[in-house]
Design a protein around this ligand. Structure first.
Ligand SMILES: [Zn+2]
Length: 89
């Protein structure tokens, strides 16, 4: 079985990262020519695992709605440490 990994630069901190393209967490951001900046009207861009964990903590703290998939206990393992199964793509 093949698998696919998305390789990208984190939209929040710029670090190179890789993740499952169907599960990766993303934020609305736009490219300003040098880096991504948070932009509520921007396209959703993927973020790296440390940034995703920080974002999740903020969501919990501010009691914002958390997507159900992100609440699953093994979300970070599946999103950032395994490729997508071909059948999911
Ligand atoms: Zn990051």
């Amino acid at each position: 079985m093949g698998c696919a990994l998305l390789v990208f630069g984190c939209a929040a901190c710029g670090a190179p990262a890789q993740a499952n393209p169907t599960l990766v967490m993303s934020i609305p951001a736009t490219w300003d020519g040098a880096q991504y900046v948070a932009d509520p009207n921007g396209k959703r861009e993927p973020i790296c695992e440390p940034c995703a964990r920080q974002l999740l903590e903020r969501f919990v703290r501010e009691q914002l709605p958390i997507p159900s998939i992100v609440r699953e206990a093994d979300y970070f393992d599946r999103a950032y440490h395994q490729g997508a199964d071909e059948q999911d793509l």
